[in-house]
Design a protein around this ligand. Structure first.
Ligand code: ARG
Ligand code: ZN
Length: 876
């Protein structure tokens, strides 16, 4: 087999479909190997299309059994069929009904796209282009139809049958052991939002009254025996509905809302209309099996998928180039929800950490692309941090620019003007132009080019004039030499030795925001009585890198006194990063590290107990990947790891008594029932951050404390934190705890995933062997995406020293896994491959090893389009 260069789809080639499909009646007779699908499609020529054009329906791996037009079998000469397309060269130039019968094998579907079985449960995943694996169709988001779905199955095998929309009818088919259910979805939708489920499932449910007076049955369906682990997800559904009504005026629009958790799922979850299907990792939670981070992720993803009901489903995307229209906006909405449910500052810091960890490196490497890409070979490779996370930052900047009330009015207008339509980024922006009176043409540039902008800032104080001047200069690395300046909202203020300088004023700063819209600009503040420290990009008001020379002492003033929580945290991060990068360049001083430790100590004394979650984030220090991203070239991950370890040792040693006292002060009194709320989670996170630093400086003490924490743990958060600390302390205690953990959770795959991940991220030479050994563990399965991501994904994406080993062994292990997985699940294989995305930034020896692994992958015969696309772009 020869590897084809995948054909490229381009935004500029968009044209409306030549045909439309108004109604779909699907009859799906489920069978493990021989599922029959009959689709009755009401088709008509699109007035906006080309008259007389052929009808070309998409297919993928389909077998046609029968084909009728208006009830008459179609003559063989009137159509052409292949697994990948069904063509009518001369379709009627009027509305007609096409009835198509296809046959599919859900059990053989290892790609987990289209209809497949997960642990015996029939389920579907159609975004982006999986519906064409169920029946021939115009599988593009601007073709929207009203669906009626009849699902039939053996009752013992699939007692629960779920579809999109509202239930209409159900019953037994006497004498056959089979039964059926009919679902009708009155809202026209693109095929990617189609879903069905059939299986043995338990459920938790409750009724919810929308503010429009509709009573909705909310239900979460899970594997038998796991219903009590679905309670938190159900509660999150209800809170999401309440919040969207209040924050965006959006109410739910069907009589039922179903969530189903399945164990084999390529992504996090999917917003199918009225029937969200989830990776069970983002539904199931109990104190004994889920960490605080799991609870937070469940809350966020439940909300995300629910919010898509308006931003994605009621208003969908015209084409896949507009993916950020639904994803960036919906991430913004779920971030706002989580911020309202939790601590806003703490959540914002988490958002920025994710953006910097995932999107900044993507934007700086060979896989960089605009938030609205202009071309793709495989759309499933564009569900990226850039589209999602940077897409959300664009929406946040828009809100900062137009202000809270015009933003809300613009959202209302966007929803009402585009309800039931497949829209574009332009449709989105025009709503805010109308409500704010602001021209957003130049702002729209944020969608168009890749690369993280840099903003260089210098500050000059004039004591005689009592003025402070800030000079800004923006550059756009990676965007091309002809790139115009961006419109960048800079939220800022000045801070003095005792706190924010409220009296300093500047005419270009409105409500604390300066809009930088040229390559260069200067600001002058008046009435500045002493040299100030500028607090720039408060709340991370734009997704840029900021270059400003500043003394550690000034940054530590911000840590102490800034009114902005994000910048208080950022100040400590900057100092830590400078110390670590200085150390690996041989330019750091112990005095600098000691001054930083002292400042952290003072900070902990003053604030730790008031806001433990925030304090834990301050103690976390920039990660190895953060530092690599900041260094940017000729990266030596081992040097980074040692520099980081050295600073942690120094801080841990210097703060030891304080950290121990903090742990004691934060301990829960025995018998306190577990609660996943943000405050309790914050106390747990600070206790564990303290443990981690204690252990860095004093391994013996750390081992004893970690083991004690594991032994005393009443919840997975504390237990796992103890284990993570131990993972960095080689020795028999660690191995004993790993073994005990595995024994305890032998029947809990999602818990064993945590165990796989911790071991895969140990920064030691033996880890490769450990990962290879774990790949043969009975709980590991290449067919389950969660297992692969936990073990090999964690290794490749979160173990920088071992993935990037100079001898190439880490690249080889990852490449082998990619190639093995590509034969069954190309989407997950391609996702794993993105670990190679920063290879060009490595020092030469590692760079050469990474390149040869990439070339080996690309040269493999029979490679999927998904992996070919990533490998090809990585090497380009
Ligand atoms: N729309 C889903 C979400 O963000 C993601 C589905 C992506 N699936 C895929 N195969 N590309 O909520
Ligand atoms: Zn989404």
């Amino acid at each position: 087999m020869r590897t084809e260069t995948p054909p490229t789809v381009r935004l500029e080639d968009y044209r409306p479909s030549d045909h439309l499909i108004d109604r779909v009646e699907l009859d799906v007779r489920l069978d493990p190997h021989d599922t029959r699908v009959t689709a009755r499609l009401a088709i008509r020529p699109n007035p906006a299309g080309r008259p007389g054009a052929p009808l070309v329906l998409d297919g993928d791996d389909l077998r046609l059994l029968a084909l009728d037009l208006d009830g008459q079998p179609l003559a063989p000469a009137a159509f052409r069929v292949a697994p990948s397309a069904l063509t009518l060269p001369e379709p009627p130039g009027r509305p007609f009904t096409l009835t198509i019968e296809t046959r599919i094998d859900p059990s053989a579907n290892t790609k987990l796209m289209g209809l497949y079985r997960s642990n015996g449960v029939y389920c579907t995943q159609c975004e982006a282009d999986g519906f064409r694996r169920i029946t021939y169709f115009l599988d593009r988001p601007d073709v929207m139809a009203v669906y009626t779905t009849r699902i039939e199955a053996e009752e013992a095998q699939a007692p629960v049958l779920l579809g999109n929309g509202n239930p209409v009818e159900s019953g037994r088919i006497e004498g056959t052991g089979r039964h059926f259910a009919v679902w009708h979805d009155p809202h026209p939708k693109p095929a990617y939002l189609f879903a069905l489920v059939g299986g043995c499932l338990d459920r938790v449910a409750k009724s919810f009254d929308t503010r429009e007076g509709r009573t909705v049955e909310l239900a979460v369906h899970v594997e038998p025996g796991k219903a009590e682990r679905a309670a938190y997800a159900l509660d999150a559904v209800e809170r999401s509905m309440v919040w969207d009504e209040r924050a965006f005026g959006r109410a739910y629009d069907l009589d039922v809302f179903n969530v189903v958790a399945v164990s084999d799922f390529n992504m996090g979850a999917m917003e199918n209309k009225g029937l969200n299907i989830f990776n069970d990792k983002f539904v199931l939670a109990s104190p004994e099996t889920a960490t605080d981070a799991d609870y937070a992720a469940i809350e966020a993803i439940i909300a995300h998928e629910y919010f898509h009901n308006w931003s994605g489903n009621r208003v969908t995307c015209r084409d896949w180039f507009q993916l950020c229209l639904k994803e960036g906006l919906t991430v913004f909405r779920d971030q706002e929800f989580s911020s309202d449910m939790r601590s806003r500052d703490v959540h914002r810091i988490g958002e920025v950490r994710t953006l910097r960890a995932r999107q900044f490196p993507e934007d700086a490497g060979p896989l960089a692309h605009p938030v609205r890409p202009r071309q793709y070979a495989e759309i499933n490779n564009f569900y990226t941090a850039t589209v999602y996370e940077k897409g959300a930052e664009i929406v946040r900047m828009l809100r900062t620019l137009v202000g809270e009330s015009a933003f809300r009015a613009g959202m209302d207008r966007y929803f009402s003007d585009n309800d039931g339509r497949a829209a574009t980024v332009e449709d989105f922006l025009v709503a805010f132009e109308a409500e704010s009176g602001r021209d957003l043409a130049r702002f729209a540039e944020w969608y168009e080019r890749p690369g993280t902008p840099r903003v260089a800032v210098t500050g000059t104080y004039d004591a005689a004039e009592r003025t402070y001047r800030l000079d800004f200069r923006q550059t756009r690395p990676g965007a091309g030499d002809d790139a115009p300046p961006l419109v960048i909202p800079v939220r800022l203020g000045l801070v003095g030795p005792d706190g924010p300088l409220g009296e300093a004023t500047c005419p270009q700063v409105e409500d604390g925001v300066f809009v930088l819209d040229a390559f260069e600009a200067a600001l002058t503040f008046d009435d500045v009585t002493a040299p100030p420290v500028p607090s720039l990009f408060r709340g991370f008001s734009a997704p840029v890198r900021v270059d400003m020379a500043m003394d550690d002492a000034d940054r530590l003033t911000l840590l102490r006194h800034d009114s902005d929580g994000f910048n208080r945290w950022e100040a400590a991060q900057r100092v830590a990063a400078r110390l670590m990068i200085g150390a690996l360049r041989g330019a750091a001083t112990d005095a600098g590290a000691d001054a930083f430790a002292a400042a952290l100590g003072a900070f902990l004394d003053a604030r730790a107990l008031d806001d433990p979650a925030f304090a834990a984030l301050v103690l976390a220090l920039p990660s190895e990947n953060d530092l690599a991203d900041e260094i940017g070239a000729e990266i030596d991950p081992d040097a980074i790891c040692s520099a980081r370890r050295a600073l942690r040792v120094r801080i841990g040693a210097s703060l030891n008594p304080r950290l121990r006292a903090l742990r004691d002060a934060l301990a829960e009194p025995a018998g306190t029932p577990f609660s996943p709320d943000a405050a309790s989670a914050g106390r747990r996170s600070l206790r564990s951050a303290a443990l981690d630093l204690i252990a860095a400086a004093d391994p013996a003490d750390g081992t004893a404390l970690a083991r004690a924490q594991i032994a005393a743990a009443t919840n997975m958060t504390d237990r796992l934190a103890g284990l993570s600390t131990l993972a960095l302390l080689p020795g028999s205690a660690r191995e004993a705890e790993f073994a005990a953990f595995a024994e305890c959770y032998v029947d809990e795959p999602l818990v064993l995933d945590k165990w796989f991940a911790i071991q895969a991220t140990i920064p030691e030479d033996g880890t490769i062997e450990r990962v290879r050994r774990l790949q043969t563990h009975p709980a590991f399965a290449m067919t389950n995406p969660n297992r692969v991501r936990a073990l090999v994904g964690s290794f490749a994406l979160a173990n920088p020293t071992q993935f990037n080993r100079a001898d190439g062994a880490g690249f080889a292990l990852t490449a082998e896994t990619v190639l093995a997985l590509d034969r069954t699940n190309p989407q997950v294989a391609a996702r794993l491959m993105t670990a190679f995305g920063s290879w060009r930034r490595l020092e030469p020896v590692r760079r050469a090893a990474a390149e040869s692994a990439l070339r080996r992958i690309l040269a493999t015969p029979g490679l999927s389009r998904d992996v070919t696309d990533i490998a090809g772009r990585s090497l380009a």
